[in-house]
Design a protein around this ligand. Structure first.
Ligand SMILES: [Zn+2]
Length: 412
């Protein structure tokens, strides 16, 4: 930017503000953030609204307010949430239409000089959950529609099926579709290790090998990426949800300042607080290490227990087969175990999900193994074997899981 005197900068800003005031009927106060994007995704039993912001905002635990329908003003039932220190002016006054049977649409308006109001116009409503995420800063609202689910359950009762089944339980009956998520890609290399090896390339290689192995076990496979492209974390979960996946497996490679650290670890998401690997969570989430605690707190409020019991079991099956298979082939495996970690990409309530860290690119032995096709092949075969064992075992526990998922969701 060309040098300009402070005074003329202020003068031109003042002029801009005056133009804005005239056009929009309100003057934009200095220092506010913007709404950069509104995105929505419609899933079988919920709709996700993501409002991306140019800055982080401080919100209470869940400041969402629910208003009944107002027939005199022909307003539907709606949720609103105030976003402090955010300016939208009249940009979204006309709203973003959704019309998916749950939401009519989303509107945003300037409520006070320094606060914007996000309004979600509802068609049906059972419950919702709201949370904020970082990098980029965004507000996420998931709206669940019990009405739509109940209609499905009623029709299954008529046919003599079970009532009260959620998608989580209904799908574990067949357990057909595995979503493979090779971490990072494109502009995001992930960890960079010895010999300038990029994590994203190993993740993709292993992901493609795993896909082959799973197809030969009659699983359907959906990849979040099958080439070197950049996919953000929400799109990865959106792909999984849209595909109605039964199992989600995210593949990553670890890195550490400690070059001696090596081995395999498998993560699943759990609401419980426990000591977690801040370094790993920060890198895989693309956030600063100091933001990981806030994320963990968010997670504790989301009540992911319904999927997390299944995820834990999935993690244990994969862990067992992976460590056994590698031990058979290589004599010994460095095993760091099954762990709980706050990973964005595992924030899904409708399918069990794990994140596999396949080794450390910063350790010479691991880096060498990970560059060998044979090692990746053994890993792919063993992860597939773990998923096979999980599928066989889980089909017998369907209805209990269904009840748990149902009870837990209605608390949200
Ligand atoms: Zn990674």
């Amino acid at each position: 930017m060309k040098a300009r005197s402070q005074r003329s900068m202020w003068a031109s800003r003042g002029l801009l503000a005056l133009v804005a005031f005239t056009l929009l009927g309100a003057e934009r106060p200095p220092g506010l953030g913007d709404v950069t994007e509104i995105r929505t995704w419609s899933y079988p039993d919920y709709t996700r609204v993501v409002v991306e912001l140019s800055r982080g905002i401080a919100l209470e635990e869940d400041p969402t307010v629910r208003l009944p329908a107002d027939e005199s003003a022909s307003r539907p039932e709606r949720l609103y949430i105030d976003l402090p220190e955010i300016w939208v002016g009249r940009r979204y006054a006309d709203g973003v239409p959704v019309g998916d049977g749950l939401l009519q649409g989303v509107r945003l308006g300037q409520n006070t000089k320094r606060t914007s109001r996000l309004v979600v116009d509802l068609e049906r409503y059972d419950s919702h959950r709201m949370f904020t995420l970082r990098s980029p800063d965004r507000v996420v609202i998931d709206i669940y529609g019990e009405a739509r689910k109940k209609a499905e359950a009623d029709s299954s009762v008529k046919k003599g099926g079970q009532s009260g089944t959620s998608r989580l339980s209904a799908q574990s009956r067949s357990m057909k579709t595995v979503v493979i998520d090779p971490g990072h890609g494109g502009k995001d290399p992930g960890a960079v290790g010895i010999g300038n090896v990029h994590e994203k390339d190993i993740n993709l290689k292993l992901g493609l090998l795993l896909a082959e192995r799973l197809r030969s076990r009659s699983f359907n496979v959906v990849m979040t990426r099958s080439d070197d492209s950049f996919i953000d974390l929400e799109t990865r979960t959106a792909i999984a949800e849209s595909a109605k996946g039964d199992i989600f497996v995210s593949i990553h490679v670890n890195a550490s300042e400690n070059k001696r650290l090596r081995g395999i670890e498998i993560y699943y998401l759990d609401e419980e607080h426990e000591r977690h690997n801040v370094e790993v969570a920060a890198r895989e989430n693309g956030v600063r290490p100091e933001d990981v605690d806030a994320l963990q707190q968010t997670l504790a409020r989301l009540r992911v227990a319904e999927a997390s019991k299944l995820s834990q079991s999935l993690a244990q099956y994969v862990h067992r087969d992976l460590t056994e298979g590698l031990t058979q082939t290589y004599g010994r495996v460095s095993d760091l175990g099954v762990k709980k970690g706050p990973f964005y990409v595992l924030f899904m309530s409708s399918m069990p999900a794990i994140l596999v860290e396949t080794g450390f690119l910063t350790n010479p032995k691991d880096a060498k193994l990970l560059s060998s096709k044979r090692y990746l092949d053994v890993m792919a075969a063993q992860i597939a074997s773990g998923l096979g064992h999980y599928r066989n075992r889980d089909g017998q526990r369907v209805s209990r899981t269904g009840e748990r998922a149902h009870a837990s969701r209605s608390r949200l």
